[in-house]
Design a protein. Structure first.
Length: 282
């Protein structure tokens, strides 16, 4: 069977880009299996995701020729083999619903991931990690040790060659330096429908305001707290009879589903950054 690849790209919009990309692949024996594109009228940018089979060129030759093709069009692009699961590291604190959900989906074959490590500032989930045969790193964090701990976290992420870091309810604010190092490859789940109710205890804020919808937001991590590009959101309807505990329980289910969808789309290279927003080819 021919190897299958996913090509993602963005560039200034112009006439004939779809024709140019499909023609480039055709000339190299590429058979397009799936394609989607989007023209952003606000930024003047063109985005495209193409899944194709191609057996005439080695991956290195294909990348070299893509570089030659993309340069005059000012394209930013990436090429990934579909058969290669995305290496990932998960970070978690004391609430394990999102971690448990991701591990189950991964082992069930529902996520194209290779989860290589779990990092936590608490010990709660070392047995869960062991049950999935995933290395568990307990790294307690204090104000005095934050810099050293983050250095060790980044060492682990680099050693595992992680292309994705998932903050599955990791309740520590990452430093600006670590946010920059993980730019575009770290996803956080926020237990609120952003931009409403930022910060701590959003379900208490929501209950106090008498909301009728609660939600969750998966977004890329940036130095601006809870303001990274949004990947996915969802809501659950509630009424005046719901307690804080009810909202928390409903919210946890929503968080798990929203994070799983965001991780799935990222691992399948369906999410392209568009400034402070995202383009998602589902």
């Amino acid at each position: 069977m021919k190897p299958v690849y996913i090509l993602t790209l963005s560039c200034p919009d112009r006439l004939g880009l779809v024709h140019a990309v499909s023609g480039f692949l055709l000339e190299r024996g590429g058979n397009i299996e799936e394609a989607a594109q989007y023209n952003d009228p606000d930024t003047g940018l063109f985005f495209m995701r193409v899944q194709f089979a191609c057996g005439q060129l080695t991956p290195s030759d294909l990348k070299a020729q893509l570089g030659w093709f993309a340069n005059p069009l000012k394209m930013q692009w990436s090429l990934h083999a579909v058969a290669q699961a995305m290496p990932a590291v998960i970070m978690v604190s004391k609430e394990g619903h999102c971690l448990n959900d991701l591990l189950f989906r991964w082992k069930s074959g529902l996520l194209r991931l290779d989860i290589r490590a779990i990092i936590s500032n608490h010990r709660e989930f070392y047995q869960l990690a062991a049950s999935y045969n995933v290395p568990f790193h307990h790294l307690p964090v204090t104000a005095a040790t934050k810099t050293q701990v983050e250095a060790r976290q980044y060492e682990i992420i680099q050693a595992e060659q992680a292309e994705l870091v998932v903050l599955a309810r990791y309740m520590q604010v990452l430093s600006d330096d670590l946010c920059k190092k993980l730019s575009g490859r770290a996803i956080n789940i926020h237990h609120s429908f952003l931009p409403s109710f930022k910060g701590a205890k959003p379900y208490y804020q929501a209950h106090d305001r008498g909301v009728k919808l609660i939600g969750a937001t998966a977004h890329y991590v940036t130095a601006d707290l809870d303001e990274g590009p949004i990947i996915e959101q969802d809501v659950a309807r509630v009424d005046h009879s719901r307690t804080v505990d009810d909202l928390t329980t409903l919210g946890r289910d929503t968080e798990s589903q929203v994070l799983a969808r965001a991780v799935k789309w990222h691992s399948e290279h369906r999410v392209l950054l568009n400034g402070h927003k995202t383009v998602i080819f589902r």
